[in-house]
Design a protein around this ligand. Structure first.
Ligand code: HEM
Length: 521
């Protein structure tokens, strides 16, 4: 079968003969040479430090992210080690590793913050809040959901969380303690967070936590989708093509995406149902009832945009928190002294060990909050580069480098959180650091910063507080004693928890079974 290049060569030869072929090759060569000269010497970012190869071409990033699967983040860390706090990571993007520069790059007010268009293509949710390019349009869309993520609104979710947590306890309950069956915790937390956010978004969910496989086919399909994100980022036309393809056809062409496609169809149906049902009583208090009843413009309420928003809210609300919960549980079981401190705090706050903890009991516990903060620092549930654009005003770094308006700049949470100038012994799990010196928060990027920060962080923190306190108020670390206990089962941080691949959400090494534990009663 002819390749595209062979066919092109043949076509040129047929039309213009061998001379035409030579001419076409010369045009391509001149174009490539011109582009290289421009990128290296005349581009606005020509003076930014970094390897020439990365300034010249996107192919290195393609190689690491598409062919090796989300590995460019390591290369960026190496570039910072070699070239310092500011590096040009591809022809059009500058990356920073300077905690003191966070507030300048990511302002809450004052300067407009746009997003690069490629992000929408990459995440497959163009026009959702997180990928809205224009600052003012983003503000409008974000204002429609802000209220649903305030502390007061989240507190109203307590009954939903309690109901799901009772199911979670039932599912991890190991009656046959003699068998010591290990349980993979990531699927359990994914099912739980999916149930919570889907109920909050639409008023009902798939109850994945009740399913024997915890909804595995859906999560496998969404993993496939996330693995495609770098490819879509590099070839945005491919993302457009997939977006324009009817869901039934996507499902037929890519059977591994079938379960995700079914969920997408369900989200669209729910959005329509909520929008079209007079009175909307069935979905009272849900995020989408709020969105369709908000002051948003007609253009914000189309099927296409709302289904992208639904996909964003579900994806953002499930995998992120589930990964961080998995990491928190690992760190507590791997660091018994930290677990003991937490359990002492919980014992005072929640006197009845068999009762379900309430938000009021756990939301202000200093050590529990420090554990959550330290876990998000070490294991941020969103590890992707936080890319932004200042559309109107240039940004100057240390009086030496100027980032012109319209240029992409970024920072990454893991890079910043591993900076030893900001966090002493950065790789160590030390919740106490947040109590000893709250000012280290200036270098915290776990929920992003500025006007495009994480809208769901109150939900994430409260959900994690309730889940962790429910599990660890009831279960002790197993040391051979009777009663409800839990312990690690063949889990290593470097292999099973730390990110090996950046697929927006961190993914551990291939073949890893993630966090496994044994519960005993
Ligand atoms: C530990 C859990 C979580 C972490 C670490 C996290 C982190 C982040 C980060 C870093 C961003 C900015 C992404 C960017 O720069 O492009 C973000 C945005 C966002 N997050 Fe979260 N998130 C978490 C949980 C949640 C939850 C539970 C929700 C609930 C729906 C949520 C909803 C969102 C949304 C809608 C955005 C886009 C905000 C905007 O563009 O205005 N997140 N999150």
């Amino acid at each position: 079968m002819l390749t595209l290049l062979d066919r092109l060569t043949q076509l040129i030869e047929e039309c213009w003969g061998p001379r035409g072929l030579l001419l076409a090759a010369a045009v391509v060569l001149v174009y490539a040479a011109g582009l290289s000269i421009y990128r290296l010497w005349f581009h606005d970012l020509a003076s930014i430090p970094g390897p020439r190869l990365m300034a010249l071409s996107y192919w290195p990033e393609f190689y690491y992210d598409v062919l090796l699967g989300g590995r460019y983040f390591r290369v960026i860390d190496d570039m910072h080690l070699k070239y310092g706090p500011i590096v040009r990571v591809n022809p059009d993007e500058v990356h920073f590793d300077d905690p003191d520069f966070i507030d300048t790059l990511f302002p809450l007010y004052g300067r407009k913050t746009n997003k690069p268009i490629e992000i929408g293509k990459r995440t497959g949710t163009p026009d959702s809040m997180v990928t809205t390019v224009d600052h003012d349009v983003h503000r409008r869309r974000r204002n429609a959901v802000n209220v649903f993520f305030s502390n007061n609104s989240i507190r109203r979710l307590e009954p939903i969380l309690h109901e799901r947590l009772r199911t979670l306890l039932r599912r991890v309950h190991n009656d046959d303690s003699g068998k010591d069956e290990p349980l993979e915790m990531h699927p359990v937390f994914r099912a739980c967070t999916n149930d919570v956010i889907t109920t909050y978004a639409f008023g009902r969910s798939f109850n994945l936590l009740d399913r024997p496989d915890f909804g595995l086919p859906y999560f496998e399909a969404s993993d496939v989708f996330f693995r495609l994100e770098h490819l879509f980022g590099h070839f945005t036309w491919l993302a457009d093509l997939v977006q324009a393809t009817p869901l039934w056809l996507v499902s037929m062409l890519f059977p591994s995406l079938k379960d995700l496609v079914e969920k997408q169809a369900w989200w669209i149906e729910r959005v329509r149902e909520i929008r079209d049902s007079p009175g909307m009583c069935k979905a009272d208090g849900t995020i989408f009832q709020g969105i369709v009843n908000s002051e948003l413009l007609e253009e914000d309420l189309t099927d296409k945009r709302l289904s992208a928003e639904a996909q964003l809210i579900i994806f953002a609300g499930e995998g992120t928190t589930a990964y961080t919960l998995t990491a928190a549980m690992y760190e507590l079981l791997a660091n018994p002294t930290e677990l003991a401190k937490l359990q002492r705090e919980l014992a005072v706050a929640i006197p009845n060990r068999d009762a379900m903890p309430t938000f009021a009991q756990v939301e202000s516990l200093p050590y529990l909050n420090a554990i959550i903060q330290e876990t998000v620092r070490l294991h941020p549930g969103v590890m992707a580069r936080q890319a932004r654009i200042s559309p109107e005003v240039p940004i100057t770094y240390k009086g030496k480098y100027t980032i012109p308006p319209g240029t992409i700049f970024s920072m990454s949470p893991l890079t910043t959180h591993m900076n030893p100038d900001a966090f002493e012994d950065p790789y160590e799990f030390r919740p106490q650091r947040w109590i000893d010196d709250p000012k280290i928060g200036r270098a915290f990027l776990g929920f992003a910063r500025g006007s495009r920060n994480c809208v769901g962080m109150n939900l994430a923190r409260k959900e994690m507080a309730l889940v962790l306190s429910t599990i660890f108020r009831k279960y002790d670390l197993y040391c051979g004693q009777d009663g409800p206990t839990v312990e690690l089962y063949d889990t290593e941080r470097a292999r099973d928890i730390d990110p090996n691949h950046d697929f927006i959400i961190p993914v551990p090494a291939k073949g890893s079974k993630g966090l496994r534990v044994v519960f005993r009663q």
